[in-house]
Design a protein around this ligand. Structure first.
Ligand SMILES: Cc1ncc(CN)c(N)n1
Length: 224
């Protein structure tokens, strides 16, 4: 069995929770309150700034030029394609680029990105890929599931979001990361695989927490 299959078996119950989450369902049926999406989009922009850095660290840790080039392409796709979607939504909300970049991360955004940056800076390439994979993989699964709904990708507001994450281009990048992790897992000891699994599970949990945070527009629970 490929290592990625073992990972999926572990996280399927959590993925199912993502799929039925009211934030995700609201994007799918178009009923999500725009204010909640606005909050999400700003936090996600901040998230992606740090997330893109993981690909830069991946390029540093890569053992060959093909892998290095692929990480560079992932970095480029994140900041110039995925984040362009966010910039377009920001424009629709009347939020300037300066405002976007000056926004403050929520506790969940901080915890999630800092966890991945910590793993990536201190761990192996396989650990880095384990930490960043749930982000790409779970969004691709969500995008495809929402896209199966009649007319969802044509929704005047949420359609673009669905199209982005259901797209073959996005899927190909996710698949490349899955294949890379499968290759890197070959020959690893059971205890190393357990570590990879735990990292994958942790960032899968963070994905769920990100939906919760967005739905509740949760910033720090204190005024100061
Ligand atoms: C929190 C989160 N997770 C995943 C993705 C998809 N790259 C995203 N934009 N934001």
């Amino acid at each position: 069995m490929k290592f990625s299959q073992r990972l999926v078996e572990k996280v399927v119950p959590l993925w199912q929770k993502n799929h039925v989450h009211p934030f995700v369902q609201g994007i799918g049926d178009g009923t999500l309150e725009k204010e909640k999406f606005r909050f999400y989009m700003i936090q996600d922009y901040l998230f992606l700034i740090d997330y893109a850095k993981l690909f830069a660290i991946g390029a540093v840790k890569a053992k060959d030029l093909v892998t290095m080039g692929k990480f560079a392409a992932l970095l480029d796709a994140t900041i110039n394609e995925e984040m362009e979607l966010h910039r377009q939504y920001a424009n629709r909300f009347g939020i300037s680029l300066n405002e976007l970049e000056a926004a403050k991360p929520s506790p969940t955004t901080l915890a999630y990105t800092h966890y991945m940056l910590h793993v990536s800076q201190n761990g192996t390439l396989a650990e880095l890929v384990s930490s960043l994979l749930p982000c790409m993989w779970s969004y691709w699964e969500i995008g495809k599931a929402l896209n199966e709904r009649e007319g969802a990708d044509e929704h005047e507001f949420y359609g673009e979001w669905i199209k982005m994450y259901a797209s073959d281009d996005f899927g190909k990048l996710a698949l490349w990361c899955i294949d890379l992790l499968d290759e890197l897992a070959v020959g690893k000891s059971e205890s190393e695989l357990d570590t990879l699994e735990e990292i994958f599970l942790n960032t899968t949990r963070f994905e769920y927490m990100f939906w919760e945070m967005s739905y509740n527009e949760a910033m720090w629970p204190t005024d100061v």
